[in-house]
Ligand binder design. Structure first.
Ligand code: PGA
Length: 268
C-alpha cells in the first residue's frame, strides 16, 4: 500500500482528482469504479470543475458503482443512482448508458443480477481505478465485517453501525433500506488500481486496522493488503492512529524521486 497523508480533506480530494484525471487522459476507454458517501463528494466536485475548465472529458469513460440500495428505485432521492447523477453524471459529458450500478429491482433474482454485474465489468475490460471510502467499521462498499474476502457482487444486510452512521442522511419518517447490492471484496481486488480516501478522526481506527492490523474479515478493508496497487489518501485526522507516519512520508519522498528518474508507471 502507498499511504499519503495530507493536511486536510480538500487536499485529499484534489489529489484523488489528479489520479482520476491521469487515468482518463491516458487511456482511450477508461473504466472507473465509483463510490458514494460523504467522502467522495469533494472529489466529484473537483472532477466537475476540471470538466468545466475543459481539462477533462468523460466521453469515453465507463463507470461501475460499488453498491446500490435494495427496496427503493432509481428515482428515489436516496438511491445511489440519484446521488451519482446529482454529484457527477448530470454535470459532465459521461454517457449515462455506460454508467452502471449493481441494481436488483423487485421480481429480479439477486444472484442472477450479481453474476450479470460481474460479467458486465469483465466485458468492459475490468475496472482500471476503483474509488473507495471506508466505513467506521472497516467496510468497503457494503462489505460489512465478516464478509467473505472472496465475495462477489451480491446482497448484503447492513450492520446496525452502518445504519446508524447513515441515518443522518434520512429524514425522520423516511424509509431507510437495510439491504443493498454490493460488489464483493474479490470484485474490488480485481481492479487494477484502488484509491481509498478517508478523512476525519471517526475513520482513524478503521484506517489503522486496514493498514496495520491483521488480514481479517472483521475489517474488510484489510483485504487491500493483498492488492498490488492500493493508494490510501488520508487527512491528518484519519491518519492520527498510524504509528509509522514518518516512514510513509519518507517512502513517498523516495517514490517521487524514483518517478522523476524513471517516469511515472501506471499499468492501466
Ligand atoms: P462516508 O462513507 O464517506 O459517508 O463516510 C464511507 C463508506 O461507508 O464507505
Amino acid at each position: 500500500m502507498q499511504i499519503i497523508i495530507f493536511d486536510d480533506a480538500q487536499q485529499v480530494a484534489a489529489n484523488a482528482a489528479e489520479w482520476v484525471a491521469e487515468l482518463i487522459n491516458k487511456k482511450s476507454n477508461p473504466v472507473l469504479g465509483l463510490a458514494t458517501g460523504s467522502t467522495p463528494i469533494s472529489l466529484y466536485q473537483q472532477l466537475v470543475n476540471k470538466y468545466q475548465a475543459n481539462q477533462l472529458s468523460f466521453k469515453n469513460t465507463t463507470s461501475f458503482n460499488l453498491d446500490e440500495y435494495l427496496g427503493i428505485n432509481a428515482s428515489n432521492e436516496q438511491s445511489y443512482r440519484h446521488f451519482m447523477n446529482e454529484n457527477l453524471f448530470d454535470h459532465v459529458d459521461i454517457d449515462k448508458n455506460r454508467t452502471f450500478l449493481p441494481t436488483c429491482n423487485q421480481g429480479e433474482n439477486p444472484r442472477a443480477q450479481g453474476l450479470a454485474y460481474e460479467e458486465k465489468i469483465k466485458q468492459a475490460g475490468g475496472v482500471d481505478l476503483q474509488i473507495l471510502g471506508i466505513g467506521a467499521n472497516g467496510h468497503i462498499g457494503f462489505n460489512e465485517p465478516t464478509s467473505s474476502l472472496a465475495s462477489r457482487t451480491r446482497i448484503k444486510t447492513l450492520t446496525k453501525q452502518t445504519l446508524t452512521d447513515n441515518s443522518r442522511l434520512f429524514k425522520q419518517d423516511e424509509f431507510q433500506p437495510t439491504l443493498a447490492m454490493t460488489m464483493g471484496i474479490a470484485t474490488i481486488l480485481d481492479a487494477r488500481y484502488v484509491l481509498l480516501m478517508a478523512t476525519g478522526e471517526k475513520k482513524s481506527q478503521a484506517v489503522k486496522d486496514m493498514i496495520a492490523g491483521p488480514l481479517s474479515a472483521m475489517c474488510p478493508a484489510s483485504a487491500l493488503q493483498m492488492h498490488e496497487n492500493t493508494i490510501v489518501l488520508l487527512d491528518k485526522a484519519a491518519a492520527s492512529k498510524l504509528e509509522e507516519q514518518e516512514y510513509y512520508q519518507w517512502a513517498n519522498d523516495q517514490n517521487i524521486k524514483i518517478n522523476q528518474k524513471f517516469g511515472l508507471y501506471h499499468n492501466y
